[in-house]
Design a protein around this ligand. Structure first.
Ligand code: SF4
Length: 509
């Protein structure tokens, strides 16, 4: 392993504050594949460190002093700044912005790298644009505000603005008192090498499957009762995982019957199933989906390069993806999404370009371009080192140019921690084919009731407060502790009581 690729720890000294999260995000953008070691109010190791970042905040009598020093590649740079009196607890946001900008400046000078999202570290960039649109700011004013505040590049500003422009009128149509229902099937035929989800191989989970499906149907019955008692409207249904179609047609039918029996589906605007891997798509399963009103499916090639498919541990070819897509169309599915991943191991910009061309030739209704995210497993740092030269930026750029040229507009976007080159994930759709569930999960303005293991329930109150109720991650835990898990659902009543009180108070005003 060369010096450059050797995983090393990087000490970060914080003095006078504990603003770790944002600092770590900025550091990661410039110095990937490194384990950051944080020290609080202890500079004793500073002198011994070959490379380090030190960020000090000191409120004085009339003002606050900020100091930032970074040492990297044998060079040390420092910055100091004095502001009005600020305290890290009371003025967290302001302090964070000042610190991030100082750190960013030093890292940029030391590395010469260009970080397109600037100091914006949140996972929902569109939410920075929507409120400015609500305030009535022009496009130019929005660009100016975001450029000044976060130092975002024009390329990303265009992308996030366009995404917000497309999704804003769609979000405004969200029915009052509505929820999204998420059904989790956390099984896959095999595990892809890059997977960071909790997914279990169907083979291994075979024995657990009948009991898992039985209890999932029971949970749907419990949710159905709650939805009725609380007078809620089911707006979208989403079967995700894993790969929901990795279970048999009979199990799918059992689950869809449970959804149909326990919920009033007369108001739903979208019923989506992640058909995910083409090696799980069969005529009998597609027939079940059609029978129960599924109107959007996702067939996810990730790449159309057979060699890359092999490298990531997929047991199917690009030709099988084409066959599955055509089979789904022949069953009358008029809203098919295809997921791609930029930056997969062994992929190249040329091959990614060909993937885009091949997927466009199929004419799906939406295309989602993810950027490879490093797994959170123990080998993250070793894995990260091998990704230092990943040409992902070129691939992402290609998709940003090519998809709108072909009639697909960006309509939802999110960023993830540990994504290669700090890039984003973007859903592009033909007008009218956008997924409401995807937009609303990112906008966090609609509650989601999650059923099944690894599903999380997100309860959104009108004041923006969010309560999460999480199910166990593993099927055996879900099965063994099902009753205790269902007791946790009492929280839902408590939250909805609060929601009703807030609504009543708002109505009185
Ligand atoms: S299909 Fe998706 S969820 Fe399943 S193993 Fe691959 S990446 Fe993970």
């Amino acid at each position: 392993m060369s010096e450059r690729t050797k995983p090393q720890s990087f000490p970060v000294f914080l003095h006078g504050h504990g603003l770790k999260y944002e600092i770590e995000c900025i550091l990661k953008a410039f110095v990937p594949a490194v384990r950051f070691q944080f020290y609080y109010d202890d500079l004793s190791l500073l002198k011994e460190s070959v490379r380090f970042a030190a960020i000090q905040l000191r409120p004085g009598r009339a003002c606050t002093y900020f100091y930032c020093a970074v040492s990297l590649g044998g060079k040390t740079l420092r910055l100091a700044q004095r502001t009005e009196k600020l305290y890290p607890q009371e003025n967290k946001q302001q302090c964070e912005t000042i610190i991030c900008k100082m750190l960013f400046r030093l890292l940029q000078e030391l590395t010469g790298l260009d970080v397109p999202w600037g100091i914006l570290t949140g996972i929902r960039p569109v939410r920075k644009v929507l409120p400015l649109m609500e305030e009535g700011l022009t496009q130019e004013q929005i660009y100016d505000t975001l450029r000044r505040k976060y130092w975002i590049s024009d390329e990303k500003l265009n992308l996030v603005y366009e995404t917000a422009r497309v999704q804003r009128p769609l979000l405004q149509q969200t029915p009052k008192n509505s929820i999204g229902l998420y059904v989790s099937i956390p099984f896959c035929p095999t595990r892809c090498s890059y997977c960071s989800f909790v997914s279990h191989s169907v083979e291994q989970a075979k024995k657990l499957m009948p009991e898992y499906i039985r209890l999932l149907c029971k949970e749907l019955e419990i949710w159905g009762r709650m939805v009725r008692e609380l007078g809620l409207i089911v707006d979208t249904v989403y079967f995700g995982g894993g790969t929901p179609t990795s279970v048999s047609a009979e199990y799918l039918e059992q689950l869809m019957q449970a959804v149909e029996k326990n919920f009033d589906l007369s108001h739903i605007r979208e019923y989506c199933v992640e058909a995910g891997r083409p090696d799980t798509i069969t005529a009998d399963k597609l027939a079940v989906l059609r029978k129960y009103g599924v109107d959007r499916i996702s067939i996810n090639p990730q790449t159309m390069n057979d060699e890359v498919l092999k490298t990531i541990g997929r047991r199917h070819t690009a030709e099988e993806i084409v066959e599955s897509f055509r089979l789904a169309r022949s069953f009358g599915f008029e809203n098919i999404n295809m997921d791609l991943i930029a930056g997969l191991p062994s992929d190249t910009p040329e091959s990614f370009h060909r993937t885009l061309e091949q997927v466009l030739a199929l004419d799906p209704d939406s295309i989602t371009v993810h950027t490879l995210t490093l797994k959170r497993a123990a080998n993250l740092f070793a894995e990260g080192a091998s990704q230092l030269d990943n040409p992902v930026r070129e691939m992402v750029r290609d998709s940003i140019a090519m998809l709108p040229e072909n009639g697909y507009l960006p309509y939802y976007m999110y960023r993830q921690k540990n994504t290669i080159d700090n890039q984003e994930n973007v859903g592009y759709a033909k007008p009218g084919k956008e997924s409401y569930y995807n937009m609303l999960i990112m906008d966090e303005t609609q509650s989601i009731f999650g059923a099944g293991c690894a599903a999380s329930t997100k309860l959104v109150e009108p004041n923006g407060m969010i309560t999460r109720v999480c199910n166990y991650k593993f099927p055996y835990e879900y099965i063994a502790q099902f009753d205790q898990l269902m007791e946790k659902k009492q929280q839902v009543y408590e939250v909805y009581n609060r929601i009703r009180e807030q609504e009543a108070a708002n109505a009185e005003e």
